[in-house]
Design a protein around this ligand. Structure first.
Ligand code: TRP
Length: 434
């Protein structure tokens, strides 16, 4: 029997969304995230629509058990909330078998904002905790195709963003970062996997998954094969010694899931493993959870390049408040943490659970005023951004070059079984079975 597909039918995104939830529906795809709800996207509904699995307490407990340490607060607090095949990855880890991490970024601006850093902060935790290789794809080609950018501009942003990514603390002996424009033309193995994917996905299918239309350029239509290919270890023979069978785990924001639904659909037909996934929610804009932050609106977010004063001013001026309109009203009715952006940001960045809970209680009861919440957040962000600024300043062109050089990392892999041996093994197996 063939495996069930994961929503890679012929229905377009737009049709699907209309059909599933009527007009007031959330729109979530790689290019647009929009909702009318002040509390943000309905993530439970999204899990159903995408066919992924909610991260439950049992999974969190299992991660703590196999790693012997508490999970990251982003996982504990449900910021990473959905997954595919995480149990398979934990099985591997328990059996001391290898796996690797793959994540990425579409470089559309020179400066990254705090929302962009979330997946990288979490990925660093995964790398430290599981001690595994990591590949990071910078899709400068994607941004060239989608935005009004030249190849040179997109490539420049990829290199600038690489510095911010390195500043998150990745281990140079365990991490390969690549720009599509620089790397793919030098990698026969990567290009071969792209071709394999391209042959297995029809125009009808990408129309269904991504909503492409007749007037989209053909670069967009074939791009998903480029984002799919790092999910296969055979795309990186330098790292994996030619092994095609090392499982992959992809931490990403849930809007990237369409790419990987497609990847998981084609993988078995390429004789490859399906990549596992762990999905995050979106980081809210300062103005509220209705939208994801936009790099093109400087007031919608805190950038890693913002000065202490900019951070303070932006939060005081723009962070949407869930508090009462007047002090009296606030004291009487209390604040609403579900829509209060400063509180929401604290759930991303304040590590101390007890302190956060204390703030939640006293803000909800009306005892604590919005100003206090903002002050707390400003301090945390000034510290985080300040540390980032310092780290970034130490990253030389040479360090960037080292991270971006295709090379063996500190992990060893026995060579792959040659095809003739595989056949023999299969024969032996079936002989035994009979
Ligand atoms: N398309 C992603 C973006 O625009 C970049 C990306 C490429 C990515 N590969 C990825 C993100 C893997 C997460 C995981 O940001």
């Amino acid at each position: 029997m063939s495996e069930p597909t994961e929503g890679i039918g012929d229905m377009s995104i737009k049709d699907e969304e209309k059909q599933e939830a009527g007009d007031e529906d959330d729109v979530v795809n790689p290019w647009e995230v929009a909702t009318h709800s002040a509390t943000g996207v309905d993530y439970d509904k999204l899990i159903k629509r995408f066919g992924s699995t909610k991260i439950d307490d049992a999974l969190i407990q299992r991660i703590e058990k196999v790693t012997g340490k508490p999970v990251h607060h982003l996982l504990r607090r449900g910021k990473f909330f959905s997954q595919r095949d995480m149990h398979m990855i934990l099985d591997m880890y328990e059996q001391k078998k290898p796996f690797y991490l793959y994540t990425g970024r579409g470089p559309s601006s020179d400066a990254m904002h705090m929302g962009h850093l979330i997946p990288f902060i979490f990925t660093k935790w995964l790398q430290d905790t599981f001690d595994v290789p990591l590949v990071i794809q910078l899709t400068d080609d994607e941004k060239f195709l989608w935005k009004d950018l030249t190849l040179e501009q997109a490539n420049h942003m990829a290199i600038e963003n690489t510095k911010d990514i390195i500043a998150c603390g990745f281990d140079i002996e365990k991490t390969f970062i690549f720009s599509d424009l620089n790397f793919i033309s030098n990698s026969s193995a990567f290009y071969r996997n792209m071709c394999r994917v391209q042959k297995l996905v029809t125009y009808n299918q990408v129309k269904g998954i991504f909503g492409f239309g007749d007037s989209d350029c053909i670069g967009k239509i074939s791009f998903p094969a480029i984002q799919a290919s790092p999910s296969f270890s055979s795309s990186f023979p330098e790292i994996f010694n030619g092994r095609p069978d090392i499982p992959c785990l992809i931490p990403c924001a849930i809007d990237q899931d369409p790419y990987f639904r497609m990847t998981r659909d084609v993988a078995p037909r390429m004789n490859y493993l399906k990549p596992a996934l762990i999905h995050s929610t979106f980081f809210p804009a300062l103005q509220g959870a209705q939208t994801k932050m936009s790099a093109s609106d400087p007031n919608s977010s805190i950038f890693v390049t913002d000065s202490d004063k900019q951070i303070k001013d932006k939060i005081n001026k723009f962070a949407f408040s869930g508090g009462g309109a007047t002090v009296e009203e606030h004291k009487e009715k209390g604040g609403n943490c579900d829509v209060d952006v400063s509180y929401q940001y604290l759930t991303f960045f304040m590590e101390d659970d007890e302190r956060l809970e204390e703030i939640r209680k006293t803000y909800t009861s009306g005892e604590l005023l919005t100003g206090f919440l903002k002050k707390e957040l400003i301090e945390i962000l000034q510290k985080l951004v300040g540390e980032h600024r310092q780290k970034r300043a130490t990253i030389t062109d040479d360090v960037v070059r080292q991270f971006m050089t295709p090379r063996k990392l500190k992990f060893d892999y026995p060579p792959p079984t040659p095809p003739s041996e595989k056949k023999k093994k299969k024969k032996q197996k079936s002989a035994k079975a009979v």
